[in-house]
Design a binder for this molecule. Structure first.
Ligand code: AHG
Ligand code: MN
Ligand code: MN
Length: 363
């Protein structure tokens, strides 16, 4: 008798592997190690104040910051350790890279090296940790170049375009813990059964609706947005009386992973576009372990992910921690936002209209 009429994550992975009779099982073992890391992080997050791990991480001189110059929380640091410890030993990886580590992480000498690279944001949505709002972990698996397996691990080994990802996904630590995974054959969603300690397949083939009337953007940055984004958001705000002819709803959780999940479940569009706030920065979110894995999940679910100017998965990375403008979700909305970026002529006509009408016009 099966334990339940649902597949476990392990059974799902074995099923997927049957498409590749020559596969060794290394890849599945790696994904299961990642899933174990996510379960351990879920436990720490759920313990909240009882676990003693809330609050800012104390560095040598006050609060510590990561390579992005952002304040690290205790749970950021702990989650990073969990990812390292749960995945370094298995012999499946040639190296790792994380939001919380400036340099690539080579596999310690006592463990065998394997043929994959793992990139992750161990805890996304740090500002939500202490207020008990959903956070998550995001991960991406790449094939390691031969020289990374045989020789010294270098940053350049990771600089592969998002379309080269073999697997990607995220865990969401919300009212229930979920694991969303793509191995390049659609997107599957698993819900953690806390009694069995197993991720059970609850959402076998997730699809992002092509159309939506829900958008997500941090409007406190509005004065820094570029004209195509101003135009898009303004048209949404005009609702039924405006050029879109329908009312839009707005959401902002400030955990991208939670926004991605909402969009995967019911459609929508998320924007953290390139803006003029810090002109040297291409965007807020990181290409290799935020935009690329979410982009792969979106595309595999029939949605899209773009920088506004091009497909995210086609961007050639130049550095491990590079930032990028990011727009993802329902296909027709992402197409429209790209079109607005590509049509400067049309913008000249529309933007003055926007300036007359908007309540939010910059002084
Ligand atoms: P992280 O906690 O990994 O640094 O990422 C937080 C990101 C993302 O999850 C979210 O969408 C965005 O930062 C929120 O930014 P604002 O604070 O500008 O709203
Ligand atoms: Mn993040
Ligand atoms: Mn993070």
């Amino acid at each position: 008798m099966p334990l339940s009429n649902r597949q476990t994550l392990t059974q799902y992975l074995i099923d997927q592997r049957r498409r590749f009779p020559q596969a060794t099982g290394d890849f599945n073992a790696l994904v299961l190690d990642v899933a174990l890391a996510c379960k351990a992080i879920a436990k720490a997050v759920a313990a909240g104040a009882l676990g003693g791990a809330l609050g800012s991480h104390a560095g040598v001189e006050g609060a510590s910051v990561n390579v992005q110059g952002e304040r690290q929380m205790n749970l950021d640091v702990l989650s990073n350790e969990v990812f390292l410890r749960m995945t370094e030993w298995g012999g499946h990886l040639a190296g790792m890279a994380s939001e919380e580590m400036e340099q690539p992480y080579p596999i310690p000498g006592q463990y065998p090296r394997g043929k994959y690279l793992l990139l992750f944001d161990p805890l996304d949505g740090s500002s939500n940790i202490d207020v008990n709002v959903s956070v998550g972990s995001i991960f991406s698996v790449l094939r390691a170049p031969d020289e990374a397996v045989a020789g010294d691990l270098q940053e350049r080994h990771f600089l592969q375009r998002g379309c080269e990802q073999l697997a990607a996904g995220y865990a969401l630590y919300g009212p229930s813990t979920m694991l969303i995974l793509t191995v390049g054959n659609g997107v599957a969603g698993f819900t953690l059964d806390p009694v069995l300690g197993e991720f059970m397949l609850t959402h076998p083939d997730l699809r992002v609706p092509e159309d939506t009337h829900e958008f997500a953007i941090n409007t406190s940055n509005q004065r820094f947005w570029e004209p195509p984004v101003q135009r898009y958001v303004h048209e949404c705000q005009c609702g039924r009386e405006g050029p879109r002819g329908k009312d839009f709803n707005m959401r902002w959780i400030a955990s991208m992973v939670a926004e991605a999940h909402r969009i995967l479940m019911r459609g929508g569009v998320f924007l953290y576009p390139r803006d003029n706030k810090e002109p040297k920065r291409a965007g807020r979110l990181r290409l290799m372990y935020e935009a690329n894995p979410i982009g792969f999940v979106m595309e595999q679910a029939g949605g899209r992910a773009s920088t506004g100017r091009q497909n995210v998965l086609g961007v050639q990375p130049e550095s491990l921690h590079q930032r990028v403008g990011l727009v993802f979700g329902s296909r027709n909305e992402v197409d429209r936002i790209e079109r607005y970026h590509a049509e400067p002529g049309e913008l000249d006509i529309v933007t003055p209209l926007f300036h007359e009408r908007t309540l939010f016009r910059a002084a």
